[in-house]
Design a protein around this ligand. Structure first.
Ligand SMILES: O=C(O)CCC(=O)C(=O)O
Ligand SMILES: [Fe+2]
Length: 524
């Protein structure tokens, strides 16, 4: 697991979608504040409009300048009223609104939030093989949404790609930006003011293509830039420098076209390409079946648990109807205010060494089994369904994923085979509760099994991380695939090896399954 560890645990806006409502509230307040500023300015303009009457009066007075009343009142007026205007002009407009705006600075997304968000989009793009122009037009993995990205959104993604040196992606995003420019949506004045101009996009396209040694393409892009803004000196100079560079370096010929695809490979290599769930399930797994578990607890004779066997070795099952709607809602609502950027543990690290990392983009909170009625109920049900002792488990870890939120491919064990059973607990099994349906993406994928399980509200994905001898099972490698659309809530429950000795004793092989009291009993 390549771990890019991060230092801060401050709010990371794009690492969870649940706190978006708070961000929307801040945006709403800021808009209201600007509205007040506008009102104050209008009020001022209204007051100053009085000057018009003053001028009118002056015009009349000019012809009666020797009238004592006029002389008197002119002197009075000039002595006092202009001082009043000076005072009026000294009074700042918008100071109150500026202070309000500044007071919200801490709640605003920062540069690293933008980078997180851009990473989320590109991760989604790479994993599900989406085209930049499709995303920009609201088409996400075959589903068309009534939303789109503006030219500036695309350009900033392109710039982010340039910074990370993924130039073919950058080119695609800039082209998507040019396309967005032509979309028939009204451009707000602010957008027109801030840019980018279409010529800027073509100019950057020229730079990127030149860097990619696509000189014909670069030439065309610069030409388009000049066509859009013929009097832009900067673009003209850049174009000239580009042309001069072509003439002076003989190896660079306009007809040599080299597409550097290596950069692009990065995005695709990071995550398995079966997150879409459209990969063929191996023959071995296709023969599997569903059954009612009535055996791991006496209570199940009355209320058996629908169990779907996904794989026998390693043992992977889905337990259905494990969390009621009400329990799910209670757990989500009690977690919401306490979520913090999720951390990961490194192998053989002591517990304190959990760190926030870019390989797990979500927010989490941990609750003990007896945190509330819902956690009590689900731990009881998990004990019945798995036959394992819930006293020997870690806290429930409740997680909500963010924009393109994912959990890089990993296994859940904490120790290496050499250091296991030396008095430190490890995770014999994992139960992953899905608290809601996720409209698009967000599956849990097992790359070695070619298996992708999609979240279904109330179901639990359960598997053993350790085999019957206590060694880790590398086939349980799994990925929390990037969410495309939706708010993915899961609860991870890691079950300890220590304390389960009577429930799941060491046996020679799965054929000795009768000695087990845990869920593998179902296989008899
Ligand atoms: O969210 C997922 O699909 C995977 C979560 C996971 O792997 C974990 O919590 O250990
Ligand atoms: Fe995991």
């Amino acid at each position: 697991l390549s771990q890019v560890l991060e230092e801060s645990t401050e709010q990371r806006h794009s690492r969870s979608v649940v706190n978006m409502d708070e961000l929307l509230k801040v945006e709403d307040d800021l808009a209201g504040n600007l509205e007040k500023y506008k009102e104050q300015l209008s009020h001022r303009a209204e007051t100053i409009r009085g000057i018009h009457q003053m001028k009118e009066m002056l015009r009349k007075r000019k012809s009666f300048w020797n009238n004592p009343f006029i002389t008197y009142s002119l002197i009075r007026h000039m002595q006092a009223d202009w001082l009043m205007w000076q005072e009026y002009l000294k009074k700042p407009v918008g100071l109150e609104q500026l202070i309000f705006m500044q007071s919200r600075n801490l709640s605003m997304p920062r540069e690293h939030d933008f980078m997180d968000a851009a990473d989320g989009v590109t991760r989604m793009q790479g994993t599900y093989q989406l085209l930049a122009s499709d995303i920009a037009n609201g088409l996400l993995d075959r589903v068309q949404y009534n939303s789109s990205l503006a030219a500036i959104d695309c350009l900033e993604l392109g710039r982010d790609m340039i910074q990370q040196n993924y130039l073919p992606s950058a080119e695609q995003w800039i082209l998507a930006g040019i396309e967005a420019y032509d979309r028939p949506v009204p451009q707000m004045e602010m957008q027109l003011l801030r840019g980018p101009k279409k010529a800027d996009l073509y100019n950057i396209l020229g730079q990127v293509r030149a860097e990619l040694e696509n000189y014909v393409g670069a030439f065309q892009a610069y030409q388009m830039a000049l066509k859009e803004s013929p009097h832009d000196l900067k673009i003209y100079q850049e174009y000239q420098a580009f042309e001069k560079g072509l003439l002076t370096s003989p190896e660079k010929r306009p007809d040599t076209f080299k597409q550097d695809e290596e950069d692009e490979a990065y995005v695709r290599e990071q995550l398995p390409n079966c997150c879409s769930g459209r990969c063929e399930v191996p023959q071995k797994l296709r023969k599997l079946y569903c059954l009612y578990n009535r055996v791991t607890s006496p209570f199940l004779r009355l209320a058996p648990i629908k169990t779907e066997i996904l794989s026998i070795e390693p043992f992977v099952v889905i337990l259905h109807d494990m969390v009621s709607k009400k329990e799910g809602a209670l757990i989500r609502s009690s977690s919401k205010k306490h979520l913090l950027p999720s951390a990961i543990a490194s192998v053989d690290a002591p517990k304190e060494e959990y760190q926030v990392a870019s390989s797990r983009t979500s927010k989490s909170v941990s609750f003990p089994n007896d945190f509330n009625n819902a956690t009590l109920k689900i731990s009881e049900r998990l004990e019945e369904a798995t036959g394992l002792d819930m006293f020997h488990t870690e806290y429930f870890q409740i997680t909500n994923y963010g924009l393109g939120g994912f959990f890089e491919t990993h296994i859940d064990t904490l120790l290496s085979n050499e250091t296991r059973f030396n008095g430190t607990r490890d995770r014999i099994a994992t139960a992953l509760f899905y608290l809601n349906d996720v409209p698009q993406g967000g599956g849990t994928h097992f790359p070695k099994l070619n298996l992708t399980v999609f979240p279904k509200a109330g179901s639990v994905l359960f598997w053993y991380n350790l085999d019957f001898k206590g060694n880790d099972v590398m086939n349980t490698l799994h990925t929390g695939c990037p969410v495309i659309v939706g708010s993915k809530w899961v609860i991870s429950k890691w079950i300890s090896d220590m304390g389960q000795e009577l429930k799941r004793p060491c046996i020679e092989s799965i054929s000795n399954v009768k000695y087990l009291n845990s869920a593998e009993k179902l296989l008899i």
